[in-house]
Design a protein around this ligand. Structure first.
Ligand code: ACO
Length: 363
């Protein structure tokens, strides 16, 4: 049977946005007029949320209001934790987050985007603790999302350096053009299914190893390589066998992903706890050389996930939480795209070229 070819909409301009711009040739990311490096130099998730939501929601541009509302939403979400844990069963954390969002009650005290972005860190921390046999820890609405998430996860306040590192990570991944999960959220929003449905759809798309599922496997790769001597032979064998080196390659970036450097700096700033940075940097150096040699003309470089893995490991986040944690940051962007899509967009409904069998002509 002939199967239709699908080139992943490569090079297709699917719509306009005021939210972010990825320049794959220059290796730059602009989020609402600011370079990502400048945005996260002092700012964190709440600052990026205020920027992305500005003009779309009542308190959008007000960082203090966003911080206060998200704190209130975390508190409200904590009441739902027992119900979530009772049905989460053996679901992975990201699968359970989808269930958690589906359980959010429809109420108008807090808007849906605030309820969603407040609930995700509370649910994630509770699910991870539950998996380790520990009771959930109630949120502290006075903290920012990153510091509170770490506190809820550990059961004790996190060092300032760890909270800042996580905050930079969440802010760095908050938005990135029409990536697969954001586009999914926009398609759902375009049907007017609502923000919660769109974010659940975003989580579904994020889960895959070609998108948000890569950082855990990056650490698996580093573990498997094990020693400096094994780096070259291991990488060569993997590429010859047709495997993808996790943390490398990107549809849009043909040069280094700027977020990789932001996160590499995060690992450096963590100092002694940065552990295997030197080993990872050597794996990166040899991986790029191997890819250039064995995949000539493909222009493969380091993507955000390589140093994400190192940064999250350095702040003590368990591997199982890497992808759902990405969702905590990216949900801020998904919500902004939902607003934009709902405000200015028609239903997304492209054409498809039929290449299947045609009915026999009647004699
Ligand atoms: N390792 C080895 N080879 C690779 C890699 C890689 N990481 N990435 C792409 N290639 C090769 C492919 O095998 C292909 O070569 P071939 O034509 O000789 O078979 C060529 O490069 C082009 O690959 P495509 O799949 O067409 O590239 P696409 O743009 O569709 O995929 C993607 C982009 C999914 C990110 C890909 O580079 C990949 O699988 N990377 C590894 C997973 C990863 O790190 N994902 C995180 C991405 S960042 C994010 O989503 C937040």
């Amino acid at each position: 049977m002939k199967i239709g070819h699908n080139d992943g909409l490569d090079g297709v301009m699917a719509g306009e946005t005021v939210l972010s711009h990825v320049d794959g040739e220059a290796g730059t990311l602009i989020v609402r007029g600011a370079m990502i490096e400048d945005l996260v130099r002092h700012g964190g998730l709440e600052d990026v949320a205020a920027l992305l939501w500005d003009g779309f929601t009542a308190d959008g541009g007000d960082v203090a209001a966003v911080r206060r509302d998200l704190g209130a939403a975390r508190q409200a979400a904590f009441a739902l934790v027992p119900g979530l844990l009772s049905v989460a069963g053996r679901l992975t954390p990201i699968e359970a987050l989808r269930v958690g969002l589906a359980l959010l009650p429809d109420e108008d005290r807090l808007p849906a985007h605030v309820r969603v972005c407040g609930a995700l860190p509370v649910f994630l921390a509770a699910l991870l603790r539950h998996g380790a046999g520990d009771a959930p820890v109630a949120p502290d609405p006075a903290l920012g999302t990153a510091a509170d998430l770490l506190r809820m996860l550990r059961g004790a306040p996190a060092p300032q350096a760890h909270a800042r590192a996580l905050d930079v990570y969440l802010a760095t991944v908050a938005d990135h053009g029409f990536n697969a999960s954001t586009f999914t959220a926009r398609v759902i929003a375009s049907t007017r299914a609502g923000l919660v449905s769109a974010v659940i759809g975003g989580l579904c798309a994020l889960k895959g190893p070609l998108h948000g599922g890569a950082p855990g496997p990056v650490l698996d790769m580093l573990d498997e390589i094990g020693t400096i001597d094994n780096i070259g032979p291991w990488l060569e064998q993997a590429v010859v066998d047709g495997s993808r080196l996790m943390g490398f390659g990107h549809r849009i970036y043909k040069v280094r992903d700027p977020r990789a450097d932001v996160l590499k700096q995060v690992v450096r700033d963590l100092g002694p706890s940065s552990g295997r940075l030197a080993f990872a940097a050597e794996v990166e150096r040899q991986a790029l050389a191997t890819l250039r040699r064995l995949k000539p003309g493909r222009r493969l470089d380091t993507n955000v996930e390589f140093y994400t893995a190192l940064a999250l490991e350095a702040v003590g986040i368990p591997r199982a939480a890497f992808t759902p944690l990405f969702g905590v940051g990216r949900a801020v962007g998904w919500c902004a795209h939902v607003f934009e899509q709902e405000r200015g967009g028609r239903i997304i409904r492209p054409l498809s070229r039929y290449v299947g069998p045609v009915p026999k002509q009647a004699a």
